[in-house]
Ligand binder design. Structure first.
Ligand code: C2E
Ligand code: MG
Ligand code: MG
Ligand code: MG
Length: 284
């Protein structure tokens, strides 16, 4: 485009573009290797019942420790996985790992669920349902203890297809959460028709909650909207107890954030669950 503008017939060499390309290509190779060599780990961040302080479950977050470069964050490798198609293998691995862990927690008598992030591409993968069902069969876990987190972006590429897949997941007994709620393209008109169980309020609304009246208005209204639709509400990114208290006073059901715990290996989650107790108190 630049070349045409300046009247030149050739393409201008774009060093920045090339760097991005090379970096993605290198990361693709490394990620493929990491999947084979099992350098990926699942960490779990507890989800806390804001009223009782009990641990209800945990969100699985993938961690990649590269022997050369150290920790590579999901914000870097998830886009590479999506663009290269490796997200399929990553999600297959993640599903098995999480279901095995959650089944083990439940055998120990801990009433915990596991929440798994799905990328928009996963929803378009016809093999996904088979992977989820095979995971249940292998581990003996019941689908009701698996929360599938999807974002509003899943509805952008192919809304009908996304709705259909979500319907099938629901029919299989999986729980469904809308992650990062409020940041994407959300159409309230089809939200009411989706068989979802939970809304996760994005951390961008929670971070400065106590100092920002706009965020307070958005968060309060979202809690009310969710409850009117019979959905549970999770607030992400809670970094201090004052924010947790505010959210609890507004009726927010579940909290997640550094104030409670960072994402950590399964052992840490189990220790916290034993200490705090598990399970939802059904109030009369
Ligand atoms: P997400 O699903 O919204 O996950 C929450 C992110 O917020 C996590 O970042 C978590 O570590 C971080 N977080 C939790 N509590 C706090 C807090 O109190 N303060 C702050 N500042 N951050 C907090 P993480 O692990 O870096 O993951 C980033 C995103 O990458 C995730 O956002 C998710 O969209 C994606 N992701 C991570 N693991 C996976 C995966 O296995 N599969 C897929 N498809 N996506 C993943
Ligand atoms: Mg999530
Ligand atoms: Mg989120
Ligand atoms: Mg996210």
């Amino acid at each position: 485009l630049q070349a045409r503008k300046s009247g030149q017939p050739w393409n201008v060499y774009d060093a920045e573009q090339e760097q991005v390309f090379v970096r993605h290509h290198l990361l693709f190779g490394k990620l493929r290797e990491a999947l084979i060599k099992q350098h990926l780990r699942v960490h779990y961040q507890p989800q806390i019942d804001l009223r009782t302080g009990r641990v209800l479950g945990a969100e699985a977050l993938t961690r990649w420790m590269d022997p050369d470069s150290g920790m590579i964050p999901p914000s870097v490798f998830i886009p590479v996985a999506e663009e290269s198609g490796l997200i399929r293998q990553l999600t297959n691995w993640l599903v098995d790992e999480c279901m095995r862990d959650c089944a083990a927690w439940r055998r120990q008598g801990l009433d915990l669920h596991v929440s798994i992030n799905l990328s928009a591409l996963n929803l378009l993968d016809p093999a996904l349902m088979g992977v989820l069902q095979a995971g249940l069969a292998k581990t003996g876990l019941h689908a009701q203890y698996v929360n599938l987190e999807i974002t509003e972006s899943c509805f952008m590429a192919s809304p009908e297809r996304a709705m259909e897949v979500i319907g099938r997941m629901h029919d299989c007994g999986f729980k469904l959460s809308i992650d990062d709620f409020g940041t994407g393209y959300s159409s309230l008109s089809y939200m009411k028709n989706l068989p979802i169980d939970e809304l996760k309020i994005d951390q961008s609304f929670v971070r400065n909650l106590l100092n920002n009246q706009g965020d307070q208005a958005i968060v309060s209204s979202t809690i009310e909207l969710a409850h009117n639709l019979q959905l549970l509400v999770v607030a992400e990114g809670i970094e201090n107890t004052a924010t947790a208290d505010w959210l609890c006073s507004r009726g927010c059901d579940i909290g997640q954030g550094y104030s409670f715990a960072r994402p950590e290996p399964a052992d840490a989650l189990v220790a916290m669950a034993i200490r705090r107790g598990t399970g939802r108190d059904m109030v009369a």
